[in-house]
Design a protein around this ligand. Structure first.
Ligand SMILES: *Cc1c(COP(=O)(O)O)cnc(C)c1O
Length: 499
């Protein structure tokens, strides 16, 4: 590590030198401090680092460059659709009319934003084959909760109080069973069949008068289209239950498959995955929910309505008594929704089909090459992502998926999703997205191929990876259970940082 690197690793507090400062206030009045009432004056100076402006700028710019981002490299994180985010979305989201609009302005002064939201609802309803959409939920997981709360309201509205269970396949995202529990249901786990789809016999055995809904991720988390969907949906509806589709993987099927037309009653869409917006940085997202006829009355309020004169307004409180109510303040994360709108308009209907087609093509292209040196458990045409496994490699060399992932960091890549889905041993879930060039896909596959070769010749190199990153291998359990999130002053000449 170079001297500059070492210096970057110092915190601002460690770089602080008494009396060193940033901006200058010209000619402060001599009595500046005595003008402030004494109750508001500090007894002692604030324990802030004292640092010059150029050092401060370098500190933060260097820190920002430690971030791995789509704008800096390939990010094949399965189940997350880490696609490139077109800059035109950022331009649109920052237009002062959208960005500066106060959420409490009367509807008459928010016509542009209301129109955009109304049109986005229509576009998403069209894409999902749904009757209507709410844009309120703040992310996919909250969309799930919104959807399942509507399912509950539906059953209760018919006086059916016996439906206490939600069926969830074992390959589902952890948010699905969490949602069912939060909404007050018991989760019944349905095993997968050997081909990766839902085990229909187990599913039928679990289905009954207690079933409120099934939650199906389609394409599934192993990257496969649910081939027995028709059979599953028919059985669900015969049993009087509803079908929820986790639409996080919509990037594979847009324009090619409409879940509502296939019989799903409700689905969420992760617009921060499928319709761009930076995803993965922990920033805001949005999880619109589409519903079919049965759940229409229960949509969260307020909905955006279009009047007969073409103007737009928000529903007034209590206007629709069947609504499950509000799930989020105001109308949702509008900045993210503006980005989604810009993305959809820029692509157009045909463009969205191409997005899915190219995402599926890229994944199959990579899968066929990765199969040359890792296990690829499902020997079927995959959708926009595929699952590989290092189970055989581990048996032969002792090298695990975690070691491969850590070594990829040395090669300059963000690792794919690992150990998910839980149903595949030593899993790597690889999602290239449609926005990467064939050269990028080839280069990543070659890096992975070299690493697998290293596993055979020099496994120790992999056990100790990463070698070239600012932090080496972390104790991930301790990092998750006892995260050390706050800098505490070290002993010595530094002013202690107050708790
Ligand atoms: C990302 C994801 C979710 C959760 O969505 P968030 O927007 O992160 O809350 C749910 N299901 C699947 C399959 C996902 O990939």
């Amino acid at each position: 590590m170079s001297a500059t690197h070492d210096r970057e690793r110092q915190t601002l507090f460690e770089r602080s030198r008494p009396g060193r400062g940033g901006g200058k206030v010209p000619h402060p009045p001599k009595d500046a401090l005595s003008r402030i009432p004494s109750t508001y004056l500090r007894a002692a100076g604030a324990a802030l680092p004292e640092i010059s402006e150029p050092e401060l700028v370098r500190h933060y710019v260097n820190l920002s460059q430690l971030n791995y981002a789509i704008d800096t490299g390939f990010y094949p994180l399965g189940s997350c659709t880490m696609k490139y985010n077109p800059k035109v979305n950022e331009w649109a989201a920052r237009l002062p009319g959208f960005a500066g609009l106060h959420p409490l302005v009367p509807d008459e002064l928010a016509q542009g934003t209301l129109q955009l939201l109304w049109e986005l609802e229509s576009a998403l309803a069209e894409i999902g084959g749904m009757k209507a959409v709410t844009l309120q939920p703040a992310a996919g997981a909250q969309g799930e909760l919104t959807g399942i709360l509507m399912v509950r309201a539906y059953h209760l509205s018919r006086g059916d109080t016996e439906r206490t269970e939600v069926l969830v396949p074992d390959s589902a995202h952890g948010t699905n069973p969490a949602t069912a529990s939060m909404a007050g249901f018991r989760t019944v786990t349905i095993p997968s069949a050997p081909d990766g789809g839902v085990d229909v016999a187990a599913f039928r055995a679990a289905l009954g008068p207690h079933t409120a809904a099934i939650m199906i991720t389609n394409p599934s988390t192993v990257g496969l289209f649910e081939s027995r969907l028709h059979e599953l949906l028919e059985a669900v509806h015969e049993a009087g239950a509803l079908a929820y589709m986790d639409g996080a993987n919509l990037n594979a099927i847009m324009g090619r498959f409409k879940p509502g037309e296939a019989g799903f009653d409700v689905m969420h869409i992760n617009v921060h995955k499928t319709f761009s917006t930076p995803h993965g940085g922990g920033g805001p997202g949005a999880g619109p929910v589409g519903v079919g006829e049965k759940l229409l009355p229960f949509l969260p309020s307020p909905r955006v309505l279009r009047e007969s004169d073409g103007s737009f307004r928000l529903e007034t409180p209590g206007e629709r008594r069947t609504s499950i109510g509000r799930v989020r303040a105001f109308v949702g994360n509008t900045g993210v929704l503006v980005r989604a709108y810009a993305y959809i308009r820029a692509n157009g209907g045909c463009g969205l089909c191409e997005v899915s087609d190219d995402a599926v093509l890229a994944a199959n292209y990579m899968k066929s090459q990765v199969a040359e040196f890792l296990d690829v458990p499902f020997d079927r045409h995959c959708m926009h992502e595929f699952v590989a496994s290092a189970a055989t490699l581990k048996a032969e060399t002792g090298v695990r998926t975690l070691d491969l992932a850590k070594r990829l960091i040395d090669y300059g890549y963000h690792p794919p999703t690992i150990y998910f889905p839980l149903t595949v041993e030593e899993a790597l879930l690889i999602e290239p997205t449609e926005t990467e060039s064939v050269e990028t896909l080839d280069a990543f596959v070659e890096a992975l191929r070299k690493i697998v070769a290293e596993a055979h010749t020099d496994p120790d190199l992999l056990y100790a990876a990463p070698h070239d990153s600012p932090v080496r291998r972390l104790d991930e359990t301790t990092a998750a259970r006892q995260p050390n999130l706050r800098w505490r002053a070290m002993t010595g000449s530094q002013t202690p940082c107050p708790d």
